[in-house]
Design a binder for this molecule. Structure first.
Ligand SMILES: [Zn+2]
Length: 153
C-alpha cells in the first residue's frame, strides 16, 4: 500500500475554516481559530479543532482546497457528475449550481488533483476508470479557460 501521508507542516492553516454553520467563524479563513488536534483512522487523516466553537472536523471536511466556502464533498460530487451529464452546463443545471461556479471548481480541481482523487475514490467509492473519465473532462475544459498563448503577441 502506498503511503501518501501529508506532513503536518504542509498544512496551510490560513486556508482552513470552521465548517460548523452556527459558529461565528464559519466559512472564514485565516482567523487563527483552527488548530491541529490529532491524526486518526487508517488513512492517517488530520483532525482539526475550532477554538471558537470547540467543534472538531477532519481535513476532508474543513480543508477548502477549492478556496471556496462550499464543502469539498459537494464540489467533488458535482465534478463526478460531469461525464454523466456530458459537460458543465448539464451538471450545473442538474444540481442547481451556477455554471460559472462549476467551471471554477473544475479549474481548481486541476490544482488539487491528488486530494480530488482521494475524495473520488474513497468517499464516493468510484472506480479508477470512472475517475479517469472525470479527469479527461476536466482537462478538456481546462484548455478553454481563456489562457491564450503569450508567444504570439
Ligand atoms: Zn467553529
Amino acid at each position: 500500500m502506498i503511503s501518501d501521508i501529508q506532513m503536518t507542516s504542509e498544512i496551510d492553516y490560513s486556508e482552513l475554516f470552521c465548517p460548523q454553520k452556527d459558529c461565528s467563524a464559519y466559512g472564514k479563513k485565516d482567523q487563527g481559530n483552527i488548530v491541529f488536534k490529532e491524526r486518526y483512522g487508517k488513512n492517517n487523516r488530520v483532525l482539526f479543532k475550532c477554538k471558537i466553537c470547540k467543534h472538531c472536523f477532519s481535513e476532508t471536511r474543513g480543508t477548502p482546497y477549492f478556496g471556496l466556502n462550499t464543502p469539498a464533498e459537494e464540489v467533488v460530487r458535482t465534478l463526478a457528475m460531469i461525464p454523466e451529464k456530458g459537460g458543465i452546463r448539464g451538471t450545473a443545471r442538474a444540481n442547481g449550481h451556477d455554471k460559472d461556479t462549476v467551471s471554477r471548481w473544475i479549474k481548481r480541481a486541476g490544482d488539487h488533483c491528488e486530494k480530488v482523487n482521494d475524495h473520488l475514490l474513497k468517499d464516493l467509492n468510484l472506480k479508477l476508470v470512472e475517475v479517469d473519465e472525470i479527469w479527461s473532462y476536466i482537462k478538456k475544459t481546462k484548455k478553454c479557460d481563456g489562457r491564450r498563448s503569450s508567444g504570439i503577441w
